[in-house]
Design a protein around this ligand. Sequence first.
Ligand code: KG4
Ligand code: ZN
Length: 369
Amino acid sequence: MKILAIETSCDETGIAIVEAKGGLKSPSFQILSNVVASQIKVHAPFGGIVPNLAKREHEKNLMPVLLRALREARKDLRSIDVIAVTVGPGLAPALWTGVNFAKELARTEKKPLIPVNHMEGHIVSVLLDASNIQCFTSTLNVGRLISKQIKKPKIVFPALALLVSGGHTELVLLKNWRNKKIIGETLDDAAGEAFDKVARMLELGYPGGPAIAKEAEKKLRVTPYALRVTLPRPMLHTKDYNFSFSGLKTAVLYLAEKLKKDGISIKEMRPAIAREFQNAVVEALTAKTIRAAKEHRAKTIILGGGVAANNLLRETLAKEIKKQIPASGLRLPAIQFTGDNAAMIAAAAYLFPRKVSWTKLKAIDRMRI
Ligand code: KG4
Ligand code: ZN
């Protein structure tokens, strides 16, 4: 089945053409093209995503991205079997742009249209194989392409997915591909959002995740002050599987204010704060994931979402799974599929096909799994 997928839920305009086969038993995906036009440069001066600017950029980018995806896949619209589009969750004005574009395409080309939940896309991003890409292009993110081979354990159910993005932090239990439910989530900020907000406080720019990760790797100047940088681990020991990151963010804010009052330069302290903040987030995410995996006897742990690009998170999860639940496997996404892209939307459309007539299709900004 040749799927043309469209993703505009946030700040990336993505269109991919993916050939899917194998059904639910052994799904496999050949990525014929996967074009992502990133809007990072447009939003960076504002320190976060501006919904109406995102809408304007999607409107501008969709047609050139579509033409490029078709050209790179060497396909025309006639050869496409179905069109898939992200309908939620996400920013309403951004989602509607993609939904309207997809509806128009489905109507004029007389193709079936499949609505896709963006978070389900992040789950199945682990099924996409970097070596199976005929062509991968991205207007800004080319540098993120890595060829490092990832060892991939087979996905055995029940599986537990930790989804960490800019808008969501969720633990999803999957009895099989079709039977899934959220068993834990953030009560306030998403993990990626916390990275972005803390990066802004530390004057590290947008997006915050990669900037904080980079800063945390810098050599620490061991001053008495740097040694005293400790941040809380909110909700680490609560019995549920929920997360909370806004207290951690506020703790960084107080710390930054105190530094200012004490006449200490924030730049000098940045590596220590970034490192401690990253440790706190990774510790919370890992601890709850392992506990949920133990209690639900998950045989495979899946990681997905923009924050899944974080090396410390990838390494810590791998280490703790090996130590605490060695019979379970960890399935990580290739780095280029951690951020938003349409290839994962095509894969989700194949595994979770919802049939809706294109006339009834609408954006659902608060859609849940
Ligand atoms: O999934 P995604 O691309 O977009 C949403 O669906 O929200 O996630 C974007 C988020 C941003 O908050 C960004 O700061 C974060 O992922 N991120 C990272 C890293 N790379 C991206 N967070 C931590 N470490 C990283 N290396
Ligand atoms: Zn996302």
